[in-house]
Write a protein that binds this ligand. Structure first.
Ligand code: YSA
Length: 332
């Protein structure tokens, strides 16, 4: 039988097929592996002369593709036709709802609480320059405190490559550079909150990730004191955890504050957990942003958002946040 005859016959059969089973019968008749009419022609190609092969081969293969497509389309057509018959007794389909990531929940809660006590929420760049991440925060290049922040440096083009920028770039190691960026462009008094993503080149474990989130706070005015910090932060934590808590302030060191403190919260089991670094903004930081150091003072703090989420939801390992496992996020 020649190819044109098969084509005509097969097309008619496909047109007449009125369900999936009939389509399958047609498919087997022409394309069945064992005895399909077109398959047989394709099989016989190997015994043909070169000239015959040329004549039949191309046409037969094209027809194979064409018939497969026609059957496929027919099946689609049949299934949509079927859907058009509305069966009102059929149980509804369950719609799978997406879930917000637990860090998104925590981020929102923190923003809401600070907004309610008049803090302005500010965003900043994740790709930073050395000046804002370190130098302006009173951490010059040779300062040993730079070791506190293991840094992902960005590969730099040299001047020969046409790089006009002075200074190096890095993925911000903390949200503190936004203190500088904000003060460079705003005059006090103000109080801001900067939630954001931060990066550190360090080994991961249950409480350390190379990518995590911090929340920076900064309040500057003519007479802002550590007592204001204490009030703001204790108000925040009580609202955040929804209960009375015990706090412990320990002296600490960060180059951009003087004095510096760390804040611990007592967990239900009685254990103290460090939740943030803070302090009164260092005069050298005010100098860097050209504030008159005798006219203003302020407090700043930085806390780990992931760690707060771990405490609030009882999550034992920070790496779960970044696992991309839907079974984890579905729980929130
Ligand atoms: C201190 C004083 C200020 O006036 C303002 C801000 C600060 C905080 C300072 N910029 C800082 O980064 N301090 S820190 O290195 O101790 O990090 C702060 C918090 O980030 C930690 O308490 C912890 O909760 C979290 N953190 C740090 N490294 C982390 C991490 N969370 C997850 N993975 C890591 N690798």
């Amino acid at each position: 039988m020649d190819i044109e005859t098969i084509r005509e016959k097969a097309k008619n059969d496909i047109r007449d097929a009125n369900d999936a089973q009939a389509c399958e019968v047609v498919r087997v008749r022409y394309l069945g592996r064992k005895d399909g009419e077109l398959t047989n022609i394709l099989k016989s190609l190997k015994d043909m002369s070169l000239e015959e092969k040329r004549k039949f081969g191309v046409g037969a293969n094209e027809l194979k593709i064409e018939l497969n497509e026609l059957i496929e389309n027919k099946l689609k057509e049949l299934s949509t036709k079927k859907e058009r018959h509305l069966d009102v007794t059929k149980p509804g389909k369950k719609v799978a709802l997406g879930h917000l990531h637990p860090l998104t929940h925590i981020d929102k809660q923190i923003r809401d609480i600070f907004s309610s006590i008049n803090f302005t929420i500010v965003d900043g760049p994740e790709l930073e320059d050395e000046y804002h991440n370190f130098d302006a925060l009173n951490i010059p290049a040779d300062h040993p405190a730079r070791d506190m922040w293991d840094t992902f440096w960005i590969k730099q083009k040299t001047k020969e490559d046409g790089n006009k920028h002075i200074g190096k770039f890095l993925m911000r190691t903390h949200t503190s550079p936004m203190q500088i960026r904000y003060m460079e462009t705003h005059k006090p008094p103000f109080q801001i909150l900067v939630p954001g993503r931060t990066f550190r080149y360090e080994a991961t474990d249950a409480s350390h990730e190379i990518n995590f989130y911090q929340v920076e706070g900064l309040m500057v005015g003519p007479d802002v004191t550590l007592a204001n910090f204490k009030f703001v932060i204790e108000t925040f934590f009580k609202k955040f955890f929804g209960k009375e808590l015990e706090f412990r302030y320990r002296p600490s060191y960060f180059p951009f504050v003087e004095p510096g403190v760390e804040l611990d919260i007592r967990l239900p089991g009685g254990k103290w957990l460090e939740v943030m670094g803070a302090g009164m903004v260092h005069r050298n930081v005010f100098d860097a942003v050209k504030y008159e150091r005798r006219e203003v003072q302020g407090f700043a703090f930085g806390m780990g958002l992931d760690r707060l989420a771990m405490i609030k939801y009882g999550i034992p390992d920070i790496r779960l946040f970044y696992s991309g496992d839907a079974r984890f996020t579905e729980q929130f």
